[in-house]
Each structure stands twice: as C-alpha cells, then as structure tokens.
Write a protein that binds this ligand. Structure first.
Ligand code: AMP
Length: 401
C-alpha cells in the first residue's frame, strides 16, 4: 500500500548506498542494553549486502547537541552489528561524521562491505536540516535508503536533506513494514477496530484521539489522560492528573463519539493511592474505588479491576487493535495491573495487534508479551504522528513509485 520506492525497486550492484538506520539504542557503561533496533535493521542491510552494494550505515544516538561526545559514539553499535551480521562492520570514527577518515573508509570499500559512520548528531546542522551536512552525506553515496522509522517525523539532514540531493532515495524494509502495518490498521482495518490510548497527558494526544475516533469502532481511554475525561463527565477526580484546559476538548470528543455512533470506553473504577510513589517503583498502598467515588485527597494511578475486565472484553471481540500508552503508572509493580491486563488481552486475541512505540512498546516487552503481538512499532513519536493521520517528512522525501 506504500506508494514509495523501496530497496526491492532498485539495483545497488557496485553502488555506494547510504542507509539511514535507527541505532538510537540505550547504552549503559558502553554496553547496549536493548538491541531490538539493531535486530530490526538487519533485513535491509542483509539484502543490500547480498545485492552487492557498498553499504554505508548512519544513525543518531542520544542527544550530543551538535558536538562529539565520546559516551554517545556509535562505536559499540559497530561491534554488536558485526556479531549479529557475521560480517565486519567497519567503524569510521570521525568527529566531523563525514570528514577525512569517513571519506577514506568509503573510498576503500569493496562491493558487499559495510561501514558505519559516527553519530550524525555530532554535527549541529543535522537536526536543523542544514545544507552543508546534507551535501556531505550526499557526496558519500549514489543511492540513499531511509530505514529509520523512529525519526521519520523529523526533517533532518540524514533523512530529508540528503534525499533531496540524490537521484535515488528509497525506503528500507523496516520503514515499509511500519508504514504497511500502521497504515493498514488505520486506513483499512479489519473490523471491529479497537483503539486503546493511555499515557500521561491528554494534551500530547489531542489529534490522535480525534483522528482515531473517526477511524475506529471503539476507542478506549485509560492511563493518566482518562481523568480529564472523567472530570469532563462531571466526576470528581481528587488529586489525579487533570489538564483543566482540555476539559472542553474532552467534552467535544465525548460528543463526537456519540455523533459518529462510536463506542467510547472510559474507566468505571480506578486504583488510588494517597500520593504518587517516590521513587516511582517504591512501595505504595492502594485501593480500588468506583470512578465516581474518588476521594478529594487521593490520586488515581491505574485503572481498576472492573475497568480492566471491560477493556479486555472489548479487545476480545476486535479484529484489529492499536494500542498506545500505558493504563497506569506501569513502572511500579503495584500499579502495573491494568497495563498487564490489557497486554494479556492483546496477547490472547487472534486479532491483528499493533503497539505504538515508546512506553507501550517498552511495557509490552518488559512484561514479556513482545512476541505475542503482530507488530511493535520502533518509533514512539513517529507512530503517534502517523496515528494522527499526518504525513511523515522522512517518508514523503523518498521517491514515489
Ligand atoms: P506517555 O509518555 O504519555 O505515553 O505516558 C507514559 C507515562 O504515563 C508513564 O510514565 C506512566 O507512569 C504515566 N502514567 C500512566 N498513568 C498515569 C496516572 N494515572 N497518573 C500519572 N501518570 C500516569
């Protein structure tokens, strides 16, 4: 369904192929603590190697803010990628990213070899889509492949800038897979289509709520954002997270659901505590109350047991489920019950299950349900903007079919 050229549509034999990957992995003392993003990049790299291209990989890592920061070097990624691919990935250490060392490394490449450039955000122009760095990147390659869904919602040199300066700019397999899954789910879902939204703030997901309400059959709202909806229904929510400036918006959404004949499910009960736990995973005394009986001095921190059943039931009858945002403060084991119940319901259904990136992906993986989902997006912000119905600049920049 994606109307963009992919690596299946081009011939890279003997060509220098610059591939923008998302190697923004968590590091602890120089060790990679979660390599999902590296594994997700392998199919594209293997295909290009098999086709005889000279493969030049690039990515950002963390926020070095435009200057070399040794602790954010991509060097450890080159080591791990070499192991995963069973082939050397030569690291082009270079404070300018595309400086003398990187140019020499690319110059010396033979067909089927792989070089990894240094962290693209060592260059200040990267996040501003500045021309000089885009030109540097374009000068290294004949073909550009964008396989970094995680940054597709940003217009940077290493995805958008470079695309405009090369003749051939296509998407990789990971990008194609993300867009096919998310796009199909939203634009062409097998119904009933249930969308589940959670997380902290309504304000972060205004357009997602509105867009999904139009596309889905049932919209489920849990997490911190549910309390603003409950307040919009005239309920007292005590010390729970509420955005008073968004109450009218929530009223509008409740009305919109009625007008469109959509089911909008909100919590009917909630798990409360006297205070937000400090530290976040520290001990906390909780009880469960009805959603219209939250005491003034208590805070709602998870959905309640009846709500978990209600949400799980809605999932059971779905054929497509999209989920973004935890149902409660899942970082705390006592407050992860609602998020676990929803993850379990998704794990047990035969429906197509798609997890937006960021916290929901982390929650599903942490709770051990990762391999039970149809698709877990590698992009948090990018998947949200996609669910908003926006065109992602990193995708738009690729050549049309
Ligand atoms: P988001 O980044 O918007 O997806 O929000 C994820 C964060 O929302 C997690 O860190 C959760 O701890 C937090 N969260 C979920 N439910 C609640 C709640 N009821 N009150 C406060 N924070 C919450």
């Amino acid at each position: 369904m994606l109307n963009k050229k992919s690596i299946d549509d081009i011939n890279v034999k003997g060509k220098r192929v610059l591939v923008r990957c998302d190697f923004n992995v968590p590091l602890k003392e120089g060790k990679i603590t979660d390599e999902n993003r590296l594994v997700a990049a392998l199919p594209t790299i293997k295909k290009l190697v098999a086709d005889g291209g000279k493969i030049i990989l690039c990515s950002h890592l963390g926020k070095p803010k435009g200057e070399p920061k040794p602790e954010l070097s991509l060097a450890p990624v080159a080591v791990r990628l070499s192991e995963l691919l069973g082939q050397e990935v030569k690291f082009a250490a270079d404070p300018e990213v595309v400086g003398p060392n990187a140019k020499a490394a690319v110059e010396a490449m033979k067909d089927g070899e792989i070089v990894l450039l240094e962290n693209t955000r060592y260059r200040a122009e990267e996040t501003k889509n500045g021309e000089a760095f885009s030109k540097d990147l374009a000068s290294l390659c004949d073909v550009f492949v964008n396989d970094a869904f995680g940054t597709a919602h940003r217009a940077h040199c290493s995805n958008v800038g470079v695309s405009s300066l090369v003749d051939t700019a296509v998407v990789g397999y990971l990008m194609q897979k993300e867009i096919d899954f998310l796009g199909n789910a939203v634009e062409n879902p097998v119904r009933p289509f249930v969308a589940i939204l959670g997380g902290a703030k309504v304000a972060d997901k205004l357009n997602v709520i509105s867009n999904l309400l139009e596309k889905c059959d049932t919209l489920i709202i849990g997490g911190g954002m549910a309390y603003t909806f409950l307040k919009a229904q005239g309920k007292e929510v005590g010390k729970s997270l509420v955005d008073d400036s968004k109450i009218d918006y929530c009223k509008e959404m409740i009305e919109k659901a009625k007008r469109l004949g959509k089911t909008l499910l909100l919590p009917v009960d909630t798990t409360i505590a006297a205070d937000f736990p400090d530290p976040i995973d520290g001990p906390v005394d909780v009880s469960v109350v009805s959603a219209d009986a939250i005491p003034a001095d208590m805070e709602g921190l998870d959905i309640g047991t009846k709500t978990a059943e209600l949400f799980a039931d809605a999932v059971k009858s779905a054929k497509t489920v999209v989920w973004n945002g935890p149902m409660g403060v899942f970082e705390n084991p006592t407050l992860a019950t609602g998020t676990i119940a929803v993850a379990k319901a998704l794990a047990e259904t035969d429906a197509t299950t798609i997890i937006g990136g960021g916290d929901s992906a982390a929650a599903v993986n942490q709770l051990g349900f990762g391999d039970k989902m149809t698709h877990i997006s590698t992009g948090g912000g990018a998947s949200l903007e996609f669910l908003e119905g926006k065109e992602l600049p990193g995708v738009a920049a690729a050549n049309d079919k």
